[in-house]
Ligand binder design. Structure first.
Ligand SMILES: [Zn+2]
Length: 429
């Protein structure tokens, strides 16, 4: 007790959710209370991730059991979190990887890729609790909340490149008691180096920088395990929304155009950028939730590996023609598919999709992009998250804010998506 009393003399205790952090009166480590919206939303999505991951795993195991039963093999029982050892045959993996579909491949399948080389070998595999990396942890509040509030999580690793921040983080872990000490670890490290040297080791990677996440994306997409979740914030909204378009291009590889949809465009530029980094490593993303909140955008995407699926990336990206005189805009897909002799082939998109002058006002078009023009949410995830949040109202300090954002996302079909579908239809006619 003496030690705690000593600490409390110098610090102020701030409580958010189940976590408490110590703040020096001089406020040495930046703390932004508005970020409670961001942290609550992340906890909500993380809870959905834990549940979905378990569901997918059980479904896969059932499928395998059925297959084994048909062959007259021994029945396997799915186990979660290591209750018992699991014997499993990985024989259908190759088939899944060769399919030309938009369906995400399952992490277990990807993890099992190595075993496909020797399909007759029986291996032991179980679903381990997900491991989380917070790349820019500062005081560690977010990591502590994840560890204390999200059931079923494994280890949470908090990184920061600032010595004072990591010291504060370590102090806060200690202050939160035995459960935090056993689950959360803090390291002084450059997140980029740490992520590069821990490829596919984290089921969840959280990037929440002040400003642009662009310099962290290349290593972040490599640190996420197959089927894992990358959560990424960008606070440089002015850049993403078209102020200094050339800066946006240098950071994200996409030119923004000014339009009424600027926040949605910011999300779609960020998604296109993450996809581009992922593709370099034969990986691709599936967005589950993409939100604009307060002063930033935040995307939640799953990362999968598939050399065949990345061929579909140009189908998910578009250039934007924005009329300089009115609100008219048009999407130009980067790629398309054609069926020849019963086989699907990839081809460049056909353009231009607009005349030289706008048919509504006669002015010229500005060209922006490429942006992500595929869905930016998975409605099933959104509804599961919303339902779950409503059932745990007391556990979310920012309950009103996050339910309002999730409700909006669940009800509105983004008009960019509906327009994109129309463009696709026209292209196939
Ligand atoms: Zn016009």
């Amino acid at each position: 007790m003496g030690e705690v009393e000593d600490i409390l003399k110098d610090y102020e205790v701030k409580k958010e959710g189940e976590a408490e952090i110590l703040m020096l009166a001089s406020n040495a480590v930046f703390f932004n209370p508005v970020q409670v919206h961001n942290r609550d939303m992340s906890i909500a999505v993380l809870r959905t991730f834990v549940a979905k991951r378990k569901e997918e795993y059980e479904e896969l195991m059932n499928k395998r059991n059925n297959k084994s039963n048909k062959k007259g093999n021994q029945v396997e029982t799915p186990v979660v979190n290591g209750d018992t050892a699991l014997t499993s045959q990985h024989d259908e993996i190759g088939v899944v990887h060769e399919k030309e579909t938009n369906q995400p491949t399952n992490e277990i399948e990807d993890l099992s890729k190595e075993e496909t080389k020797t399909p007759s070998r029986k291996v032991t595999r179980e679903l381990k609790p997900p491991i989380v990396l917070e790349a820019l942890a500062a005081s560690g509040l977010r990591s502590l909340r994840y560890a204390r509030e999200v059931d079923g999580l494994g280890k949470v690793v908090a990184l920061d490149n600032d010595k004072a921040s990591i010291e504060a983080c370590k102090r806060n872990i200690k202050f939160n008691g035995a459960s935090a000490i056993s689950k959360v670890e803090a390291h002084l490290a450059d997140a980029r180096v740490y992520m590069l040297t821990h490829p596919k080791e984290f089921d969840v990677v959280d990037l929440d920088p002040y400003g642009s996440p662009s310099v962290f994306l290349d290593s972040a997409v490599q640190a996420v395990a197959d089927g894992g979740l990358l959560m990424c914030t960008a606070t440089d909204l002015a850049v993403l929304c078209g102020t200094n378009g050339e800066v946006c291009y240098s950071k994200y590889g996409s030119y923004p155009v000014k339009g009424k949809y600027c926040h949605e465009m910011a999300l779609r530029i960020l998604l296109a950028c993450i996809e581009s980094h992922a593709n370099r490593y034969k990986r691709y993303i599936v967005p589950v939730l993409s939100v604009y909140m307060d002063f930033y955008v935040r995307v939640f995407v799953r990362v999968f590996t598939s050399a065949s699926e990345i061929k579909n990336t140009p189908l998910k990206l578009s250039y934007v023609y924005q009329c300089a005189g009115c609100d008219s805009f048009h999407l130009q897909s980067l790629g398309r598919t054609v069926t020849k002799n019963n086989s699907l082939k990839h081809a460049p998109g056909i353009g231009p999709v607009v005349p030289q002058e706008c048919s509504d006002c006669g002015k010229k078009f500005n060209v922006g992009g490429p942006i992500w023009s595929a869905p930016i949410h998975d409605q099933d995830w959104v509804l599961s998250t919303l339902t779950d949040v409503r059932q745990m109202k007391d556990r979310y300090p920012a309950y009103n804010k996050i339910t309002s954002v999730l409700t909006t996302v669940s009800e509105v079909l983004p008009w960019l998506v509906s327009l994109f579908c129309q463009v696709l239809l026209l292209m196939h006619m």
